[in-house]
Design a protein around this ligand. Structure first.
Ligand code: FAD
Length: 468
């Protein structure tokens, strides 16, 4: 055996552990299989033991024991990440935080919850006070809030509030370090950047404080357009219409709505590109007036559906973000996807010229957001996959045309994101995880400080290569 798992279990008496091979395998994976590249690289990855603490004291005990025995620890919320973030590349412990799921307090404008709390469950406590979380991934119903902060970026709500990285969207985090005597730290302000979106490589988040916004009754609007560019232009206008309270504005190009939105097919018109907007009930008229002026056809508004019909449909946001890709994959397993930024101020024209450049090979999907305060859009275009080489080529063409890619076919922080060392996260790892035991293989800056991001290769974690 790679590690002294029996020794670890002996030290963890009283804490829930699981070593049933099937269950360990299940909890060693996430939604990495969205990517044919990650599927090839990570399919064999499996941990040795699941440990499920239910309190901060238990997390401290687990980290101290694993530190003493030199066993890697990979945190896991509910495993809905898309890049193998929560997969234990070097084996060891999968630290399942889903049992730390208490919503501790809800006050005007803020909540405190344990990191494993499912986001929808936080809203169940906040809604009776007419409040709700301001921003959530489309995996609202299943994702943990700690996993969102450690592994996600934004989503539903980002059209109004920007991304997780924007100041003010996280208030405070409690973090446990991986040392002989683990410390419990409270991070606020600029210090949040040390562990936010670090994939759990430099501390275990145990408690989260985040803002709440008004919980309006929300209406889903589906609007059809004959031209993709006009759909994108309308979505941009709606994004800029600050009086219209909204939480999501997506554009999904034909033929995806008609082919992949199986439960909505009856409402779709052939050939149309569809804007899926989630708008406060009081702003529906204003949104529809704007849509009519821009040449939209109203396909569906959820507030006019009979209860029985409405119950048959998923919420509109579950057709957006990576749920669009999921629905496509269920119909056509040969689909994969990209993550693109169309920078302000050319987002509408640029997204349209890229759509035109690729034709049928790529089905456009835009998500409008506030980015650095400006309305612009991300894209999660669906790609008809042929080869990994062609996928790389498609990404290169995007970048050459002025649309940066956040590569969803890489498991490292750097290659998925900014393609350079995050000095703040690296410095914090040296302090909080000096033995490099937290989620090994995900931070290139730690594994190989001299790695050349411009050499055009793909980082291959040595620990992973040895196993494959
Ligand atoms: P996990 O997948 O369990 O973990 C994510 C990362 O965080 C891992 O690196 C893990 O090690 C680390 N981690 C987890 N908990 C902790 C902790 N307590 N302390 C330290 N590190 C921790 N993401 C978005 O941002 N926006 C979207 O709109 C979105 N839509 C999605 C749609 C679909 C259909 C799918 C499959 C995924 C989508 N995602 C999206 C990705 C993912 O669902 C979210 O980021 C989600 O919030 C992750 O939460 P989780 O609990 O599943 O985290």
């Amino acid at each position: 055996p790679r590690y002294d798992i029996d020794g670890l279990k002996a030290k963890l008496a009283g804490i829930k552990t699981e070593d049933n091979a099937n269950l360990v395998r299940q909890k060693s994976r996430d939604f990495y299989w969205y990517s044919p590249t990650l599927k090839r690289q990570l399919d064999h990855v499996v941990g040795d033991l699941i440990v499920s603490p239910v309190s901060e004291q238990e997390v401290v005990r687990v980290l101290a024991a694993a530190h003493e025995l030199g066993i890697p620890v990979t945190p896991r919320g509910t495993g809905t990440g898309n890049y193998g973030q929560a997969m234990p590349l070097s084996g060891g412990v999968v630290l399942d935080l889903s049992g730390m799921n208490k919503v501790l307090t809800v006050q005007p404008g803020r909540f405190v919850a344990e990191a494993g709390a499912v986001i929808a469950d936080i809203d169940k406590v906040a809604r009776p006070q007419a409040q709700e979380i301001r921003m959530h991934p489309s995996t609202y119903a299943t994702a943990s809030v700690g996993g969102f902060i450690a592994g996600g970026s934004g989503g539903v709500g980002s059209i109004t509030w920007g991304g997780l990285r924007d100041a003010g969207n996280v208030i405070r985090l409690k973090v446990v370090t991986m040392e002989a005597k683990p410390r419990v730290l409270e991070l606020t302000g600029d210090d949040l950047a040390k562990v936010a979106h670090a994939y759990g490589t430099n501390g275990i988040i145990t408690e989260v404080e985040m803002p709440l916004g008004p919980a309006y009754p929300w209406t889903d609007l589906f609007l059809g357009f004959d031209s993709f560019e006009r759909a994108a232009a309308f979505a941009n206008l709606l994004g800029e219409a600050d009086g219209i309270a909204k939480k999501n504005v997506a554009v999904i190009a034909a033929p995806a709505p008609q082919t992949y939105f199986l439960r909505h097919q009856d409402y779709m018109a052939p050939g149309q590109h569809v804007v899926v907007a989630v708008v406060a009930d009081f702003a529906v008229d204003a949104a529809l007036n704007l849509a009519a002026k821009e040449g939209a056809e109203l396909l569906l508004r959820s507030d006019k559906l009979a209860d029985e019909e409405r119950r048959k449909l998923p919420p509109g946001f579950e057709l957006t973000w990576n749920h669009t890709t999921l629905r496509a994959l269920r119909v056509d397993p040969a689909i994969t996807y990209l993550q693109v930024l169309y920078p302000f101020p050319d987002q509408v024209k640029l997204s349209a010229s890229i759509a035109e450049r690729f034709g049928d090979e790529l089905i456009s999907h835009l998500e409008f957001v506030r980015f650095d305060g400006k309305v612009t859009c991300f894209g999660l275009p669906m790609v008809r996959f042929t080869t990994e080489e062609r996928l790389e080529e498609i990404m290169k063409i995007h970048e050459d045309m002025g649309a940066p890619i956040f590569n969803p076919h890489r498991y490292t922080l750097e290659e998925g994101g900014m393609k350079q060392t995050d000095a703040v996260q690296l410095a914090f790892k040296k302090e909080a995880d000096p033995q490099g035991l937290l989620n090994p293989g995900k931070m290139i800056a730690w594994e190989d400080p001299s790695y050349d991001y411009n050499a055009g290769g793909t980082f291959l974690f040595k620990g992973l290569a040895a196993e494959a």
